[in-house]
Design a protein around this ligand. Structure first.
Ligand code: SAH
Length: 232
């Protein structure tokens, strides 16, 4: 069964955006995944099509209305798991990506302005997911990042089916960062005249040694850069 994602947004024309290119774009054409981008504004009930209003308690910015978002959500035949892209959320990691990619359907709500009324998050059981400790102007780029990470895990999307679970953070490689890569030329002369070689072991043809070297490199890199991952 193909993977389906519903997106609730004020800017549906942003999708598929970059996901229409390259691997994810071809997978979309093949029908390996599909999306519905609903314009929240279509569910506004007043003649001005109001989707936001000033915050109770005062303060800067506008807040997206709960009633309009609920109507948009209820119009979906199969919403599945509901996610609100939000800097306050659980930070997206490969484990959550693997979980979401395995679902038949999910719905992602993209905020704008100051965000959305708390009541719709509670009433409609949206889980909050963040893409990192910085603030975007809208949830759409965050949703695209979540989608990209999920889509590349779908069966058949990557040319070489073995690739996704060999990469950084994959549970199957112990959640480590990936080892360094090298390709031709084997001897590279830089513009400033240095000659840089590829580690000998990678050209030795000894697969067991290569595997061991890669594991050692992955572990050393993870220890140096992301000791927090080793604790996990
Ligand atoms: N007032 C909010 C920020 C709103 S930013 C706060 O201070 O927490 C507007 C919208 O961008 C949010 O509703 C959310 O959907 C999206 N967004 C911003 N930063 C994000 C992040 N790090 N991860 C996921 N979504 C984010």
């Amino acid at each position: 069964m193909a993977w389906h994602i519903n997106i609730l947004t004020l800017f549906p024309e942003m999708f598929p955006g970059p996901l229409g290119q390259s691997l994810s774009g071809r997978a979309l054409e093949r029908g390996d995944w599909s999306y519905t981008a609903l314009n929240i504004r279509d569910f506004a009930t007043d003649r001005h099509k109001t989707v936001d209003d000033t915050p109770f308690g005062g303060g800067a910015g506008m807040v997206m209305r709960p009633d309009v978002i609920e109507k948009a959500l209820l119009s979906l035949p199969q919403p599945g798991r509901r996610i609100y892209m939000s800097p306050r959320g659980r930070v997206l990691d490969q484990r959550l990506v693997e979980e979401l990619a395995a679902l038949p359907a999910l719905t992602v709500l993209c905020g704008r302005y100051e965000g959305v009324d708390q009541r719709v998050l509670d009433a409609c059981e949206f889980e909050e997911v963040s893409i990192g400790d910085y603030v975007l102007s809208g949830g759409e780029p965050a949703a695209m990042i979540l989608m990209d990470a999920c889509i590349r895990l779908l069966a058949g999307v990557m040319g070489n089916a073995a690739t996704p679970d060999e990469e950084s953070f994959a549970a199957s490689t112990g959640g480590l960062l990936e080892y360094p890569h090298y390709t031709r030329p084997a001897e590279w002369r830089t513009a400033d005249g240095r000659t840089l070689d590829v580690p000998d072991i990678l050209r030795s043809g000894d697969h067991a040694k290569v595997e061991q070297w890669r594991r050692d490199q992955a572990l050393a890199l993870t220890r140096a850069r992301r000791p927090d991952l080793l604790k996990k």
